[in-house]
Design a protein around this ligand. Structure first.
Ligand code: GDP
Ligand code: IMO
Ligand code: MG
Length: 433
């Protein structure tokens, strides 16, 4: 019956992986619908009294739950080497990965697109996007230009060769003439891609049909976004975005589940803000507070290891994400990281060249000029990681959550108080009341 969409409300790394994993045992299918191995989800599981950490990039977080079928939807771009490396890594740790389904329509990150991502960034110099260098942008560009390579092409060698030849006829000119790089051989690409075909074959499915049947049978389907609202190619801080639709709308196009079947949208909002890569970030801190958030929150990229830029929570961004995603429920993560501050600033609006903006400025130049207008809320000092009910939280922590709830415009249904699976306060069921 229910299809639930889960998205990031800010610039990524909000703790989507943990939230998905948490719902895992109540969910029958977890579908990744956008992005690729630019994502990095860290999940911490208690096993035999020990904390085990899993870092997932391409696989849906549901892969760690034995009763859940993980699905890579048509909206995803797949680096096959990474896919099998990740599967092998999980198998070696005793995780059964045999249930994975992969859409026949998902696109493949060809080796030349990894190269192009890196050389383009280098060429842009100070105007770079700060991409993860995984070939995401060039692969989505090929998809839109209608010269991409899809999963199903691996099973028709003739078609595959035609496509690789057509792509390289153009890309080799760019690589050699603009970037002074060596041309890529057609056979080199063919060998690499075909080398994965037989292992991939049993996983490939008409995933939209599988999911329609599942919903008709009353199964629960969770559509899990990579990246986040402000990294969305349409609604984010363009051009400092990723190249896919990471917002709720992307869940439909990226999976083949129609909007009429989506019952709820859960947005994950970190109790403060972070960003990796370039682009505007109004509440960014360059002082000891920023360093405090980075250290206490362990804000270093799961994918690239880059230190994340840190700042206070921004409820203009939170409100925007409620609007764009139709958020029904928020999960606020990492509230524990804010413990020990005298006051906790909350950005409620922006000052743009002397004019107050309560909503995201539509003009990107204005957003670059936005100065946060803060409300200072009193802090708390108690360790909150053992709290399991809202009432157990110190009064000031409760007040912080309630003020955020008021400003972002949708109810806060769960609150993260630590990285572990059980370190969460539940206020309302995420699966529906
Ligand atoms: P994702 O990309 O949205 O899945 O998020 P990441 O995994 O990249 O980053 C979130 C990080 O925060 C991970 O290291 C999680 O283990 C951790 N985390 C998630 N929720 C909480 C929380 O409530 N408190 C703390 N301290 N850490 C959390
Ligand atoms: P998760 O799913 C944070 C950022 C990159 C860069 C921009 C474009 O873990 O939240 P790309 O390689 O996608 O072309 O890079 O997007 N970016 C992320 N930032 N979390 C992510 O994923 C990200 N995926 C991409 O840093 O600024
Ligand atoms: Mg991440």
């Amino acid at each position: 019956m229910p299809a639930i969409v889960l998205v990031g409300a800010q610039w990524g790394d909000e703790g989507k992986g943990k939230a998905t994993d948490l719902m895992g045992s109540d969910v029958d299918y977890v579908v990744k619908f956008n992005g690729g191995n630019n994502a990095g989800h860290t999940i911490v599981i208690e096993k035999d009294g020990k904390r085990e950490k899993y870092a997932l990039h391409l696989l849906p977080s549901g892969i760690l739950t034995p009763t859940c079928t993980p699905v890579i939807g048509n909206g995803v771009v797949i680096d096959l080497a990474v896919l099998f490396e990740e599967l092998d890594g999980l198998e070696a740790r005793g995780v059964d990965t045999s249930r994975l389904l992969v859409s026949a329509n998902a696109h493949i990150i060809a080796p030349y697109n990894r190269v192009l991502d890196k050389v383009t960034e280098r060429f842009l110099g100070s105007r770079k996007i700060g991409t993860t260098g995984r070939g995401i942008g060039p692969t989505y560009a090929d998809k839109m230009a209608r010269n991409g390579i899809r999963v199903q092409d691996l099973f028709d060698e003739k078609i595959l060769r035609q496509k690789v030849e057509a792509a390289l006829a153009f890309k080799n000119q760019i690589l050699a003439k603009i970037y002074n790089r060596r041309a890529v051989e057609v056979d080199e690409v063919m060998d690499e891609l075909l080398g994965y075909a037989e292992r991939l074959r049993p996983m490939v499915a008409d995933t939209s049909l599988v999911l329609e049947k599942a919903l008709n049978e009353g199964k629960t389907v969770l559509l899990e976004a990579g990246q986040a609202t402000l990294l969305d190619v349409d609604h984010g801080t363009y051009p400092f975005v990723t190249s896919s639709n990471a917002t709720a709308g992307g869940a439909c196009t990226g999976s083949g589940i129609p909007p009429t079947r989506v019952d709820r949208v859960i947005a994950i909002l970190k109790a403060y803000s972070t960003r990796v890569g370039e682009g505007p970030f109004p509440t960014e801190l360059f002082d000891a507070n920023g360093e405090f958030l980075r250290k206490t929150g362990a804000e270093y990229g799961t994918t690239t290891g880059r230190p994340r830029r840190c700042g206070w929570v921004d409820t203009v961004v939170g409100r925007f994400s409620t609007r764009i995603n139709g958020t029904t429920d928020f999960v606020i993560t990492k509230l524990d990281v804010l413990t020990g501050l005298d006051t906790v600033p909350v950005c409620v609006a922006y000052d743009v060249d002397g004019v107050r903006h309560d909503e995201m400025p539509v003009n990107q130049t204005d957003f670059h000029h936005a100065k946060p207008i803060y409300e200072e809320l009193p802090g708390w000092w108690e360790d909150i990681s053992t709290c399991r009910t809202f009432e157990e939280l110190p009064g000031n922590a409760q007040a912080y959550v309630l003020r955020l709830e008021e400003l972002i415009g949708a109810r806060v249904s769960a609150i993260g108080v630590g990285p572990g699976r059980d370190e969460i306060i539940s206020r309302h069921s995420l699966l529906g009341d």
